[in-house]
Write a protein that binds this ligand. Structure first.
Ligand SMILES: [Zn+2]
Length: 372
């Protein structure tokens, strides 16, 4: 469907760490003459005490009715791919002479702690993509999660402990069925602070920052096309769409027109299980903070590894933050495996991802231009 990006473009857009990605994004924003807005994280630091920021590049007219909002780094290191896609778009815009008719808002590293420290979560072990619930109403229940928690978060990292956890999880899945299993472990939980897909106890810094970004840069628009770039789900190197408009609604149909019905209405991605009943997504946050606008959008993933390898990567992510014992050598190996699951170093993977992302961003801008 899409051309592979050249190795040169990959080298220009993909960066090896958060600080380099941030610098490359800001440099590309300057080349495109974008306005920038920098949000310094005042609660935590990056590696070596460095400053963490979410950076925003804004282009296009102030009185635009329509805007595209592209977000990277919701899940920390998944942001390497999203950042590369944003940088490629800025460099395309820098070369264009025709004035923009829509606004373009690029949010770089909405979860800068996770991006810089190579963890999917925020500084509070919160899955930001489960944190956008209605906190006044309180968190939703996920009572069955407690039974699976120990099998997803082993306290000892040994072959025997992992085998036991896997066997217990398999037995649970046999009993409850695959779809229930996928739903319980994926949709979000608000009870286990050291667990996976933990939604937190309040709005995270990144959540509040997104609201400010929308207030400042999207308050006047009537239509928002949203892309939230992710990695880790779907076929390796290929895009996988999770549209969160109501199936069959005008927004859903629009997404099908922009990106292709086959892509949006795919049944894949969960090894045959139904799609989980996700709660608290960034998509919901955008809908909530931009009530004046219609939102059409999706989480767009790029596949990296198979389901078992991804589950192991999530286990590693939790284990490395748990304070459980690990040697320096083991820590380095585990972190490398984690990074490889969310931001593979493979040039072929990057060429495919960037090629697809450039096409999808173009499709989105073209779709937005025709959305009236
Ligand atoms: Zn993700």
């Amino acid at each position: 469907m899409s051309a592979l990006a050249s190795a040169g473009l990959v080298a220009a857009c993909f960066q090896p760490d958060y600080a380099s990605a941030r610098a490359a994004f800001l440099a590309a924003a300057a080349r495109a003459q974008a306005r920038t807005d920098v949000f310094v994280h005042d609660e935590v630091k990056g590696p070596g005490g460095s400053t963490l920021t979410t950076d925003v590049a804004v282009l296009g007219p102030d009185d635009a009715d329509s805007a595209v909002l592209i977000v990277s780094g919701t899940h920390g290191p998944e942001g390497f791919a999203g950042s590369a896609a944003q940088i490629a778009l800025l460099d395309t815009l820098a070369r264009q002479s025709a004035p923009l008719t829509t606004r373009i808002v690029l949010v770089h590293a909405i979860n800068p702690y996770g991006f810089a420290h190579i963890t999917r979560t925020t500084e509070n072990n919160v899955d930001l993509n489960r944190n956008f619930i209605d906190w006044e109403a309180g968190p939703p229940d996920n009572p069955l999660y407690a039974e699976l928690h120990p099998t997803l978060n082993p306290k000892v990292w040994s072959e025997q402990a992992l085998d036991e956890a896997n066997a217990a999880r398999e037995a649970w899945m046999e009993k409850h069925g695959h779809t229930v299993f996928v739903d319980v472990i994926t949709k979000g939980q608000y009870t286990h602070t050291d667990g996976i897909h933990y939604g937190g106890t309040q709005r995270e810094w990144s959540n509040r920052t997104l609201e400010t970004i929308i207030d400042r840069h999207l308050s006047g628009v009537k239509r928002i096309a949203l892309i939230d770039w992710h990695t880790g789900l779907g076929e390796r190197g290929e895009p996988f769409f999770l549209c969160f408009n109501e199936p069959g609604s005008a927004g859903w149909e629009r997404a099908c027109q922009w990106w292709g019905r086959d892509q949006v209405e795919t049944q894949g991605g969960f090894d045959g299980a139904a799609r989980p009943n996700y709660v608290g997504l960034l998509f919901h946050g955008v809908q909530n903070y931009a009530r004046h606008a219609q939102v059409t959008g999706a989480v767009i993933e790029f596949g990296t590894k198979n389901t078992e390898d991804m589950r192991r990567a999530l286990q590693i992510d939790q284990y490395l933050k748990s304070g459980n014992p690990v040697s320096a050598e083991q820590h380095a190996a585990m972190q490398e495996e984690l990074l490889d699951a969310f931001a593979p170093l493979s040039l072929e993977w990057k060429r495919s991802v960037l090629g697809h992302a450039i096409v999808i961003q173009e499709q989105t801008l073209a779709g937005l231009a025709n959305w009236t």
